[in-house]
Ligand binder design. Structure first.
Ligand SMILES: [Zn+2]
Length: 233
């Protein structure tokens, strides 16, 4: 009864509340989903692929042993991508992850990159953070990409054990010295000799990806690819 009622309220809200573009806040027309046509055409795609060298690769040179890194979009201080990530992470708009993952997954597939991919793994959240947010903002992005590439989505091989949520109260300097999160591999057997794609939301310094990739590379014969929704240029 209760869930029926809340479904009805949701339906009424969908009718009464105008749907807005997550990129620019404009009213969405019928047929437009998540973002308006203008934002869709203006999305700053990197056009990086998994063959040629790119800026994301260079972030990780000499730091970790990976096959290739890439990113879907450029992240800028203002604009569509920043707004999308903000709604995805802080405003319960989990479905933005599917929207981006479907788009990016299709692109990767069309270009015949990562054809032998076995597993797609999202950068994990600490359990306390996961409870608070209710979802991992990378999960639906990763699931959509896994589906397009015929790979298996796997979110329990890699876990985060250190909680860094108190960092926001520290100064900028302390914070930058303290971003060493602890990521632990729970299964060292399944990933042996597998092709694995690790995904995150935004790559800035690459510290998070580096920590996760370091944990994953303990697996013998693993071939590791990294990618994100966006990269800070
Ligand atoms: Zn828009």
């Amino acid at each position: 009864m209760y869930s029926n009622l809340s479904n009805i309220i949701n339906d009424i809200n969908t009718i009464l509340l105008p749907r807005l573009c997550f990129g620019c806040n404009a009213l969405l027309y019928r047929g437009e989903e998540h973002i308006c046509t203008v934002c869709r055409n203006q999305l700053p795609l990197t056009d990086y692929n998994f063959n040629a060298e790119n800026q994301v690769d260079r972030i990780f040179y000499g730091r970790i042993n990976i096959i290739k890194a890439s990113a879907f979009l450029f992240f800028t201080e203002k604009g569509i991508v920043k707004n999308l990530v903000h709604f995805l992470k802080y405003k319960n708009q989990e479905q933005i992850g599917s929207f981006l993952g479907n788009w990016y997954g299709q692109l990767i597939k069309e270009n015949n990159f990562l054809i032998d991919l076995d597993y797609v793994i999202p950068v994990p959240l600490h359990p306390a953070k996961l409870r608070k947010r209710g979802y991992n903002q990378v999960a639906l992005f990763a699931r959509a990409i896994a589906e397009h590439l015929n790979a298996e989505y796997m979110d329990h091989f890699l876990i985060k054990t250190a909680n860094t949520r108190t960092q926001t109260k520290k100064t900028r300097l302390l914070r930058s010295q303290n971003t060493q999160a602890i990521y632990v591999l729970t299964d060292t057997y399944t990933l042996v000799n597998k092709n694995v794609l690790l995904l995150d939301d935004v790559i800035t310094t690459g510290a998070t990806m580096e920590a996760c990739a370091t944990a994953l590379s303990q697996t013998p014969g693993i071939r590791l690819y990294l990618a994100s929704m966006a990269v800070v240029p």
